[in-house]
Design a binder for this molecule. Structure first.
Ligand code: 5AD
Ligand code: SF4
Length: 490
């Protein structure tokens, strides 16, 4: 059994690979301390500034926080504007083509900046960097990019920046696979003072046929529970109120370790004093155990909110996507969750126009969302990704049909979202005040347990607090509420 020359295990060999791989106990697991690496890091960034443009998922957002931490330890300061920065870094997403197109457009427009500031360093990292075709295109048409590195080696960024400083050639440093074990004690500059992301697991073993993530992020690796819990304890000590446990497949947490699973980790996290809410994303339908449902149900600190991507309502499409469950099995899971957690809020991800999706199969997705009644859905048109198994299927749904299906699905879901929100009018809900609204500084934005945005008018001193509000108005995407006098609650 071996990985192919890109460092990935072939999809057909996965079960055998899992059986062959010795799962380390917690005590055996290797880990690398970033502090050891940092001893070699100089202060090259003194007097210079950096700007990171982040595309894609929360994992990328959090990687940006880590890279900002490393750069600031080198002396760099955050630039307000990209145009002012001495180091511009694109942290990219490869999940859909339009995310990539944006990056290509932006990279091209940076070329003139090089003429203005010859010392400017331009870098590209994240999921696009893991793609060979992207690296080839940079070599041939974007030589003004100085540095390309991938998802597996962000911890060597300081050394790479130094190298880029001295090199006339583009530096490509992309690893095929991750370092054995996890890298710990990474510095972080967190964007928010109330809510924080905590990585619990990297990579994905699932190989859904449309998805590039297993290729760009590699095999699943779990952080040791004690490293995760120590990070959460530190966040509590720093005054954070909410954490989101991050992974591509959080309910697979621990499959590469002997003696811990995701429910155990949630249980441990719920014991940390000071943290009021523990969220997690993304969970998947195939191994959502009763133990996990029970853990969520038992802890007040774990919101009754689950993002549970279904992708399609048709069992035939799900089989072609290799999702590992049928429509019936998914609905059965939803019923088990709703029985144990009656007020649960569910959201989902859906792809329309997957190869071979017929109008009838699309209709099955519509009836599924009507049956589940999600609070919201992230909906996407299928985008073929080079190297993924689905590209071997004929991409036979016309662009017009794909777009039309997306509009029709969004129409149905928007109505459901509005109705779900209208049901809340008059109810008193506990919300965490996150900060000023992004669109109106006189309004505060808060979040319900079910992850809904609530706009309220109140003092900025409430930021970071859990308070009770009465819902006064419902829109498709948010609620309006009024603050109840202190002590009045549910
Ligand atoms: N095309 C369209 N959507 C995709 N997603 C992942 N890969 C693709 C693709 N090739 C969507 C899935 C996933 C979300 C993060 O992005 O719905 O859950
Ligand atoms: Fe992609 Fe499927 Fe892994 Fe999610 S579970 S990252 S959709 S392969």
């Amino acid at each position: 059994m071996s990985a192919n020359n890109e460092g990935f295990i072939h999809i057909d060999d996965l079960d055998q690979h899992a059986a062959d791989t010795h799962r380390p106990t917690i005590a055996e697991r290797q880990r690398v301390d970033y502090r050891e690496i940092a001893k070699e890091v100089g202060r090259l960034g003194e007097g210079k500034s950096y700007f990171i443009r982040t595309h894609g998922c929360q994992m990328n957002e959090h990687d940006t926080e880590i890279m900002s931490g490393m750069l600031e330890e080198m002396g760099y300061k955050a630039a307000r504007e990209m145009l002012d920065a001495d180091f511009i870094l694109y942290n990219t997403c490869a999940v859909r083509e339009n995310a990539e197109d944006k990056v290509w457009g932006n990279l091209g427009s940076l070329k003139p900046l090089k003429a203005r500031n010859p010392n400017l360093i331009i870098g590209l990292c994240g999921c696009m960097a893991q793609e060979e075709v992207v690296r080839d295109r940079i070599r041939t048409t974007h030589p003004h990019v100085d540095l390309v590195f991938g998802t597996h080696n962000i911890h060597v960024l300081p050394g790479l920046v130094e190298e880029a400083h001295h090199s006339k050639e583009t530096i490509f440093e992309v690893w095929d696979a991750a370092h054995e074990g996890t890298i710990e004690n990474l510095p972080r500059v967190r964007k928010d003072d109330v809510r924080a992301w905590v990585n619990i697991q990297y990579g994905c073993n699932k190989f859904c046929t449309y998805c590039i993530v297993p290729f760009t992020r590699g095999e699943e690796r779990s952080r040791l529970p004690q490293d995760v819990i120590e990070e959460i304890q530190q966040l509590a000590a720093d005054g954070y109120k909410e954490i989101t446990l991050l992974g591509q497949n959080v309910n697979d947490y621990g499959i590469d370790l002997q003696d811990v699973d995701f429910a155990d980790l949630l249980e441990m996290a719920a014991q940390v004093e000071g943290i009021e809410r523990i969220r997690f994303t993304t969970s998947n339908p195939w191994n959502f155990t009763d133990k996990l449902i029970d853990t969520i149900a038992r802890h007040k600190k774990i919101p009754n909110y689950i993002h549970l991507p279904v992708q399609s309502g048709s069992s035939q499409v799900l089989r072609r996507m290799k999702r590992g469950y049928t429509r019936e099995e998914y609905l059965d899971l939803v019923n088990r969750i709703k029985t144990r957690i009656p007020d649960v809020a569910l959201t989902t991800d859906i792809i329309v126009g997957f190869p071979g999706e017929t109008e009838e199969q699309f209709q099955e997705t519509v009836t599924l969302i009507e049956e589940v009644r999600y609070e919201g859905a992230y909906t996407f048109v299928y985008s073929p990704r080079a190297g993924t198994p689905a590209t071997r299927l004929p991409d036979d749904v016309s662009e017009a049909d794909k777009k039309q299906r997306l509009y029709r699905l969004n129409d149905v879901q928007d109505k459901i979202s509005l109705e779900q929100n209208q049901k809340l009018i008059g109810q008193v809900l506990e919300v965490l005040v996150e900060g000023e609204s992004k669109t109106n500084a006189d309004v505060l934005q808060a979040r319900t347990e079910s992850n809904k945005l609530v706009h309220i008018v109140g003092s900025k001193e409430l930021i970071g607090q859990l308070i009770h509000v009465k819902v006064t108005e419902a829109k498709t995407w948010y609620l309006r509420g009024e603050i109840l006098p202190q002590g009045v609650g549910v």
